[in-house]
Design a binder for this molecule. Sequence first.
Ligand code: 1GP
Length: 252
Amino acid sequence: MEKILDSIQRNSAAGRKMLAVLLDPDLLACEARTVEMLELLAVHRPDFVFVGGSHTVERSDLLIRRLKAHSNLPVLLFPGNVSQFSPEADALLNLSLLSGRNPDFLIGQHVLAAIEVKRSGIEVLPTAYLLIEGGRCSSVEYISNTRPIPRDKQQIALATAVAGELLGMQLVYLEAGSGALLPVPAELIRCVRQGCGLPLIVGGGIRSEEALETAYRAGADLVVLGNVLESEAQKIAAFVEVRRRCSESGKL
Ligand code: 1GP
């Protein structure tokens, strides 16, 4: 079977846009919402399901088992810390918070998880994770005790992404923070897209079809949606349609 990183690189090179739905393991606390979400994902298929968050209470593997029982969508771990690792996912986004200067989120958590991750044999996606200021203090900012990159500092974002590329990372994730008031600015996405050769993940504060389209048109390859689907799960149908439309025009 094709590796997940290979599929992301192939889609990025072809201009085919991708969509990921971020599910918080704590979603399981509400059975009705979990069932509704799983049923919708089976019909309106994103490319990936991300599982994790800056701060979660429930275990990731319980949600992953539910996902695996209901669909064959690839599940990627999006861990806020080492305790969220589960070998039952298909791949691990090995996030290094390059925008910050907190060694624990640059390398510390990675050392704690390293042997278990290696032994599990899970596919690992080394990812340059950049927090961009999103209009309010995000959970990532608070928990990691780091400062985000200012919204108008495109060149700092680009230099940080390229630093990750030069360290051998394979993906760049521009993150405004879950529930951000303002998504990552289009100009900043465009700048990183043009100056850095890696596939680009963008997320945080994207709640409308217009915002999704803006991110894709600016150069995002993979957009992550979380909060909006937690409150209005049925919107997934419209978002999948935006992905299709932007992919088609991206190929022209
Ligand atoms: C957070 O980028 C994701 O890490 C998704 O953010 O919940 O705001 O969609 P939202």
